[in-house]
Design a binder for this molecule. Structure first.
Ligand SMILES: Cc1ncc(COP(=O)(O)O)c(C=O)c1O
Length: 429
């Protein structure tokens, strides 16, 4: 029976009952062409498609799987939790253990509220910033993606960029409510604050941008945002949904020495299950119901099975400290591909930080959305399909970040580099 299943047939069936055949737009492969992959199972660094093709996975479910697929201890922890009941909607001691672990790991995280998705965390963060300051306007950066709540879809990255949609239909944002400076543009932020600072509730930023491809903050950028937020009384919100526990067992803000007022977490902290968090200054968090008047709630918030997976994941990250080796693998991948591109005079380069990377089809560095948009997305699509053919699953869009997990080996990275070299040679001939 198994051998008869294939991704194309499944995609056709899926399209009949699900819009675009998917539950999240980028999975439809519209940016890269071809038919989307359907997965049978995942283990370590690899996934097995329904056709029984084994692929080395650099998507990692878009970030959560820093320990790879189905890590035994994580599966055991969540299975044990599930045996005791999957949800109560009543308090458990587990929630406190997890909140304490997060607060002890992250400077500035005095209190935390657990939610079920990154979207929910940032949406609540924004509402809280507005409720706390009594102001409506926000600054978010062009090409940043903070989930799909209404205000944050203005000028969003990730799937909206991939689909060529600058903003979603059905979203009504008050004119002037969302300022959209370019990422890394300190002067633009200062100018907005100078003119409108007293109306700005929050500056929301991915401290390392991951949704127009991987874009690092320039030296002094995050510090500048901290100063500007202080100058006008706005809250600084770091969206660390991708970056939390990505480069160290803490946030990127902590590594950079910049403490925001609010921090949004997701992906890795859920260990592969739907779990995210919003936290920060106690006086701000105290504005959340039931203490304060900013409302937020969730049937599955603080879900015991998700917490078990997240807790075990963070414990393993602290115990095993895979970060130096992830950084070494990432650096090797980037250095080698950049060298190959230089030798072959190919207009592409790798941006990399720790175990995160993007292969940009453009020679010049990418520092903001305009640079990312100048990439050759057709070449990226050809590359994506070439790599898929060679046994590597990358995120199916130029405007996304790839992830190396602790389950990836040096050999796999070297094989990947060799596959990239072969691809480059093939398109030259
Ligand atoms: C930086 C950032 N914030 C928020 C989100 C939304 O998280 P979720 O998809 O869990 O709703 C994402 C998702 O990719 C993200 O990358």
């Amino acid at each position: 029976m198994r051998g008869h299943i294939n991704s194309l047939d499944l995609f056709k069936r899926a399209q009949a009952v699900m819009p675009g055949g998917v539950n999240s737009p980028v999975r439809a492969f519209q940016a890269v062409g071809g038919n989307p992959v359907f997965v049978r199972r995942g283990y370590g660094s690899r996934i097995l498609t329904v056709e029984d093709r084994e692929l080395v996975d650099f998507c990692g479910s878009w970030g959560p799987l820093i320990l790879g697929h189905a890590r035994a201890e994580v599966v055991e922890a969540m299975t044990a939790a599930a045996r005791d009941g999957t949800t109560f909607g009543i308090n458990t001691a587990r929630e406190i253990d997890f909140a304490e672990l997060l607060c002890n790991s992250i400077p500035g995280l005095e209190q935390v509220r657990l939610v079920s998705s990154g979207t929910e965390a940032v949406m609540t963060g924004l509402r809280l910033a507005r409720g706390f300051t009594g102001r409506r306007r926000i600054i978010k950066f062009e090409g940043a993606y903070h989930g799909h709540s209404d205000s944050l879809l203005a000028g969003a990255g990730s799937g909206l960029l991939t689909g060529g949609i600058s903003s979603s239909a059905g979203v009504y944002i008050h004119e002037g409510d969302v300022f959209l400076p370019a990422y890394n543009d300190k002067a633009a932020v200062s100018e907005i604050i100078r003119r409108h600072g007293r109306d700005v509730a929050a500056i929301i930023v991915e401290p390392v941008a991951g949704n127009m491809g991987l874009v690092m903050p320039q030296a002094g950028f995050l510090e500048h945002l901290r100063r500007e937020a202080d100058r006008c009384g706005a809250l600084l919100v770091f969206d660390e949904v991708i970056t939390g526990f990505r480069f160290a067992p803490t946030t990127y803000g902590a590594l950079a020495g910049v403490t925001p007022d609010l921090i949004c977490l997701g992906k890795i902290i859920g260990g592969g299950l739907p779990l995210a968090a919003l936290g920060g200054r106690r006086d701000v968090m105290q504005c959340l119901a039931p203490c304060g008047r900013v409302y937020q709630a969730g049937t599955l918030s603080g879900n015991p099975v998700a917490i078990a997976a997240g807790m075990k994941t963070i414990e393993l990250l602290i115990k095993e400290n895979p970060y130096p080796s992830l950084a070494a693998l990432g650096s090797r991948l980037a250095t080698e591909i950049n060298r190959l591109a230089g030798d072959a005079q190919r207009p592409l380069h790798v941006a990399q930080q720790g175990g995160a990377f993007t292969i940009f089809f453009r020679r010049d560095p990418v520092q903001q959305l305009a640079d990312a948009k100048a990439c050759d997305t057709q070449s990226h699509a050809a590359f994506f399909n070439g790599m898929l053919e060679s046994g590597y699953y990358l995120p199916p869009s130029q405007f996304e970040t790839s992830f190396i997990s602790s389950a990836h080996s040096r050999h796999e990275i070297e094989q990947f580099v060799a596959a990239v070299e072969t691809w480059m040679r093939a398109i030259d001939t």
